[in-house]
Design a protein around this ligand. Structure first.
Ligand code: GRF
Length: 193
């Protein structure tokens, strides 16, 4: 992690569009200590694949069985991966991967945990629940990953005010903005220790 003689290599896991992945790639481009070395996705149609191609970053499309049984970990090793960054990745991380990367897996959640977390609370489901409950604020949580959904140690949170005219879509947009502004910076802080 703090070995000055080598890069810290990040692997980004993403299931969707990949706007956070893109923001992270942009942030670390030209950085001589940290690089995005690999992208993992469970979704062959994920926008993050186009990003990987455009940025010339190797990627793996993983199926459920190989993922659950950690059958692709050799690929992470081959790319010298030190840290795993979950940026909108929808599958639950198996214990074996957590064992392989203890304290080295970071997730971003689009709400203020411990509220609006747990199974089924992802993407628009989160923003719909927050708006339906008339919450005055939401935000983002960046946290370490353990065996339970959205439960590991919190590294960083930032709030956003919800106005009466906000909809799940407008809230999602505000949250994305916060994510793009903060995620890579927070990762850098953790990786550099
Ligand atoms: C983000 O809001 C992230 O917090 C989440 O899923 C969304 C992914 O968006 N859990 P993108 O694919 O990075 O655009």
């Amino acid at each position: 992690m703090n070995n000055p003689s080598h890069f810290s290599s990040l692997c980004i896991y993403a299931s969707g569009k990949g706007s956070n992945a893109q923001a992270i790639i942009n942030y670390f481009s030209g950085n001589n200590k940290i690089k995005v070395a690999l992208i993992v996705t469970n979704n062959p149609k994920a926008g993050v694949i186009d990003i990987a191609k455009k940025e010339q970053i190797p990627y793996i499309v993983i199926n459920r069985e190989d993922f659950t049984n950690n059958r692709y970990l050799q690929r992470l090793k081959e790319h010298g991966i030190d840290w795993i960054i979950l940026a909108g990745f929808l599958w639950k991380i198996p214990a074996g991967l957590i064992k392989e990367y203890p304290g080295r897996i970071i997730n971003i959640h689009p709400a203020l945990l411990p509220s609006y977390g747990g199974k089924g609370m992802y993407g628009m489901h989160v923003h719909e629940a927050v708006i339906n409950n008339g919450e005055p604020k939401s935000g983002i949580t960046i946290h370490y990953v353990n065996e339970k959904y959205d439960d590991g140690k919190i590294i960083f949170q930032k709030e956003v005010v919800i106005t009466p005219d906000d909809t799940p879509d407008s809230l999602a947009e505000k949250i994305h903005h916060l994510e793009h502004e903060n995620f890579a910076r927070v990762i850098e802080g953790e990786v550099m220790g």
